[in-house]
Write a protein that binds this ligand. Structure first.
Ligand code: XLS
Ligand code: NI
Ligand code: NI
Length: 439
């Protein structure tokens, strides 16, 4: 195999918290067992092909700023080289999975047929490389947002021609994912939303979108794809208002259209904050319904309001996230932690890709250890359980069992008078949390 990362001669090793080597793990020890599972099993870390191998450092104010050795030659040569770089990178990093969009692993052709042909050729090579390296596909997806044909959306496009094109593209991307043994397939509604209601039939677009997803559900069954379908909410960007706004919105949409059983949620940290929530909030909403399917592990910047897709380094956020994941039966299940994240424009060296992923994996591993201890010692949960203890009383049990009535509650209040608010002890709990994070 050719070498795109000659600076890294051996797989990144676990050296422990005292290590001074930035090219080593301090916390992520793949074989360490936590709550009956190895760290590798808890996380199922994945490299996002688009950022890591197609990212160029370009932004709104400047073009590509990075030179990547695999980005030379014809579009198909570049695709083959980037693919090889991906497998070399995953192996050296120790990431067991990768994720892709159809159009970032293979170039768009002059016609739909040519695009399919390009994708099939790359999929055949990816299959061989997966076998050779043992690196697997966490999920595939279709890019339904970059090409100008999707300017007004894909499944929600006012032109049925564009809808049909998008459906055909999803069919092919799903088949590619199936061929590669992908464990999930993701729907991120890149331009499924609107810029202005002046030209938009909201109800019509909602119905179209449900049909779009149903077509994929039907095709999944037809080809025997047993992977999990995931929807990735995001409130805005690129459109002003996107239909998959947040987890609660998506779950309600799925219920309303008879699609609930077919999908779980892929939660991206930066999308959560764009929606005005925390990462932990979105994970909690999904897990409450057993719908936390997978995670796009990144973070935003509190001083910038957009999807900056930074690598995760905030230990408060990773510890909170892992507390939710650990408490969902089966944890992340057949999903994983995909680094949908990119280096800053100034981090222009291919080595930065290693630092970025190592830092992200360590941030989550450390979060896992903190969460494990918090849960084990009931550091927060004992307080929460006590806070709700009155619901265990006969009155609480009757209400929850649906055996109470407004009349009965009125009589009860007349007899018992005023409730007394107890302290929620937020500041005390923040001290406890800090003890665990720093301890
Ligand atoms: C964009 C999304 C995208 C999805 C996959 O903001 O995060 O990268 O994860 O289409
Ligand atoms: Ni994402
Ligand atoms: Ni994103």
């Amino acid at each position: 195999m050719s070498t795109y990362f000659p600076q890294i001669s051996a797989p990144i090793a676990y050296e422990g918290p005292k290590s001074a080597n930035p090219l080593a793990f301090r916390w992520y020890d793949a074989n360490r067992v936590v709550r009956g599972k190895t760290m590798a099993e808890h996380f199922r870390f994945s490299v996002a092909f688009w950022h890591t191998f197609k990212g160029s450092g370009a932004d709104m104010f400047g073009p590509a700023a990075w030179t990547r050795e695999w980005n030379t030659g014809s579009p198909m040569q570049m695709a083959e080289q980037a693919l090889r770089a991906n497998f070399e990178f995953c192996q050296k990093l120790g990431a067991p999975y990768y994720c892709f969009h159809d159009r970032d692993i293979a170039p768009e052709g002059a016609t739909f047929a040519e695009s399919c042909k390009n994708l099939d050729a790359i999929v055949a090579q990816a299959k061989a490389l997966q076998q050779e390296t043992g690196v697997k596909l966490l999920w595939g997806t279709a890019n339904l947002f970059s090409n100008p044909r999707y300017t007004h959306g894909a499944g929600t496009n006012p032109d049925v021609h564009a809808f049909a094109y998008a459906a055909a593209q999803v069919k092919h991307a799903l088949e590619a994912t199936h061929e590669l043994g992908g464990q999930n397939y993701v729907f991120w509604g890149g331009r499924e939303g609107y810029e202005t209601l002046l030209n938009t039939d909201y109800k019509q677009e909602q119905e179209q979108f449900a049909r779009f997803l149903q077509l994929a559900v039907d095709h999944k069954k037809k080809i025997g794809f047993t992977g999990q379908f995931l929807i990735e909410p995001k409130p805005k960007e690129p459109t002003k208002h996107q239909y998959d706004f947040d987890t609660a919105t998506v779950l309600s949409f799925l219920r309303a259209h008879g699609l609930f059983e077919h999908f779980k949620i892929n939660i991206e940290a930066n999308h959560a904050t764009l929606a005005g929530h925390t990462f932990e909030h979105e994970l909690t909403v999904a897990a409450a319904e057993g719908k936390l399917g997978s995670i796009d592990a990144n973070q935003g910047d509190v001083l910038l309001g957009w999807d900056t897709d930074q690598f995760p380094s905030d230990l408060y956020a990773t510890a909170a996230a892992m507390t939710v994941v650990l408490q969902q039966p089966g944890g992340i299940g057949s999903g994983g932690f995909n680094f949908d994240a990119k280096c800053r424009r100034g981090s222009n060296d291919a080595l930065d890709l290693f630092y970025a992923h190592i830092g992200g994996m360590d941030a989550f591993a450390r979060g896992l250890l903190v969460a494990d201890k918090l849960i084990e010692e009931k550091a927060l949960s004992a307080f929460v359980a006590e806070r709700y203890a009155s619901w265990k009383s006969p009155l609480g049990q009757e209400i929850l069992a649906g055996k109470s009535s407004s009349d009965a509650l009125e009589a009860w209040v007349l007899e018992h008078g005023e409730p007394t608010p107890k302290s929620g002890r937020q500041e005390m709990l923040e001290i406890v949390r800090n003890d665990y994070l720093l301890g």
